[in-house]
Design a protein around this ligand. Structure first.
Ligand code: GUN
Length: 298
């Protein structure tokens, strides 16, 4: 079994990003600038956004965290987004999800200028992904694709079972892995909460991508010998013995599943750090105007 080390891989990519930032600065341009918007005080979101901001600093990006109370109105958030769309000192921004229930996520995503949508969630960017045009790929699928690539994991002709159909992970990774690319060229089965005989389907998988958010859901008897298992889960479970009071749990029962796998990602230290890398890479692409020409609104 080979452990896919997302932490180490992300460190290497961070060094590559730093070199690009130095080149930008050497040309006399300003550092790439990412803004993160956090509405409310969901503990997990606070941690994720904090990690994103911290990693920006590590690679020499400028970063700004805008925090708002969960009583914020949808119209107020849209006003903040419109201002960021116009702000030439900002290359990209994200609105951390989930949002409070009274805010419609589709209205928010649609308000973001696609050229600054470094999460890749805007319908224009998702459409460009489907059409295989240059775009910002959603950060988690982008990170997973890079892990598969950097570990030289054969995907062509393989049966990939994706568990979870979210717009953030399950749906986009299914599209990316089924395309005629490398990594890619998989036969993809997209499964979800209404899938019957999930165990039988998983047992046919050469590659499992678990993105359901249910701790330890994938058990050893659902995994065939030699499978590649990518664990996207990151749920906080209570752990009174730890100072923080919680631990991060993946969707995979790692202790029992790992020995059956050819490759597996741990939690933490697998997909998580690569999600941040995907976001930084998209911000860099924006700063370099590699996806959309400068100052042209879509
Ligand atoms: N919540 C969970 N994952 C993500 C992500 O990739 N981007 C944003 N904005 N919110 C999230």
């Amino acid at each position: 079994m080979i452990l896919i080390d997302g932490k180490e891989t992300s460190q290497r990519i961070k060094e590559e990003i730093k070199v690009e930032v130095e080149a930008i600065l050497a040309q006399g341009d300003r550092a790439p600038h990412l803004v993160a918007i956090l509405v409310g005080n969901d503990g997990a979101s606070e941690t994720y956004v904090g990690n994103k901001i911290r990693t920006c600093k590590e690679v020499g990006f400028e970063s700004t965290l805008l925090r708002f109370d969960d009583s914020m109105k949808e119209s107020e958030l849209i006003k903040v987004i419109k201002d960021l769309n116009e702000d030439e000192g900002v290359d990209g921004f994200i609105v951390q999800l989930p949002l409070p229930k009274h805010i419609n996520v589709h209205h928010i995503t649609a308000a973001i200028d696609p050229a600054k949508d470094v999460d890749g969630f805007h319908p224009v960017n998702l459409g460009r992904m489907v059409e295989e045009l240059p775009t910002y790929l959603p950060a988690t699928p982008k990170g997973i694709m890079q892990l598969l690539e950097r570990y030289n994991i054969e995907t062509s002709g393989k049966h990939c079972v994706v568990i979870g159909r979210s717009n953030i992970v399950g749906t986009p990774i299914s599209i990316l892995l089924s395309r005629n690319t490398n990594p890619g060229n998989c036969t993809v089965t997209l499964t979800h909460s209404r899938t019957s005989n999930l165990k039988e389907i998983c047992l046919q998988a050469d590659i499992i991508i678990a993105a359901i958010g249910v701790p330890y859901f994938i058990k050893a008897d659902m995994v065939k010998d030699g499978a590649v298992v990518i664990d996207v889960g990151m749920t906080r479970v209570q752990a009174p013995e730890l100072k923080s009071g919680f631990r991060l749990a993946g969707d995979v029962d790692f202790k029992n599943v790992a020995e059956k796998c050819s490759y597996i990602t741990p939690v933490p230290g697998g997909v998580g750090p690569m999600t941040i890398i995907g976001l930084l890479q998209n911000t860099l692409l924006s700063a370099q105007h590699r996806i959309y020409p400068a100052h042209v609104k879509q």
